[in-house]
Design a protein around this ligand. Structure first.
Ligand code: SME
Length: 186
């Protein structure tokens, strides 16, 4: 299946990296994320900043963002990219599978999956994807983190290792205040 939708002026097609380039980019991104967020506590601040820094350093990140667990489903949270689906049931898509199994999902070719059931195409340009569960310090699932590429085979064990470590550090190991306002708990 080919990608057909025209990309908006502020979105570029993905560019894959060699393993060496990818490692170097993640090392710089991880340092920038830790430097900016180690003292941060607000969930929305952490999510927005992680999206921005990763998308800046990794040129195959076409869509990057968080879906938040809300009323036993996933709702779109902070993201960068084209318009994301607003609601995703736990029973559907790669995001739903990551939430159900509470395990990272790597998909080399999203069009090989059953469309509408095992994969939800918010943007037909997406071709490969990684989705990771996000936990708080009590190991409760609070979100999934989703990255899409407009090329096949963009994600591998390097992405998985760096992203699992980044998410653990900033949502499990450090104080997390949900919401936007300092006194808000959602
Ligand atoms: N592709 C995801 C849906 C979210 S979008 O990619 C932004 C899925 O199958 O769950």
């Amino acid at each position: 299946m080919s990608a057909t939708a025209e990309m908006p002026y502020f979105i570029n097609p993905s560019k894959n990296l060699s393993k060496e380039e990818k490692l170097e980019a993640y090392e710089m991104a991880e340092m920038a994320i830790n430097a900016n967020l180690d003292e941060a506590q607000l969930m929305v601040m952490k999510m927005s900043t992680i999206n921005c820094i990763l998308k800046t350093y990794l040129p195959y990140y076409y869509w990057v963002g968080f879906y938040l667990v809300h009323k036993e489903a996933l709702v779109v949270g902070p993201y960068q990219g084209t318009l994301g689906c607003l609601h995703i049931d736990f029973s559907r898509g790669v995001c739903g599978k990551a939430a159900r199994e509470q395990k990272t999902q790597l998909v080399n070719d999203v069009h090989a999956l059953a469309q509408g059931k095992d994969h939800i195409a918010c943007d037909p340009n997406s071709q490969s994807e990684i989705v990771l569960p996000v936990f708080d310090k009590n190991k409760n699932l609070i979100a999934v983190f989703d990255v899409d590429s407009s090329l096949k085979n963009s994600f591998d064990e390097i992405d998985q290792e760096f992203l699992e470590r980044i998410l653990k550090r900033h949502f499990e190991e450090r104080a997390l205040q949900k919401g936007i306002c300092a006194n808000e708990v959602v």
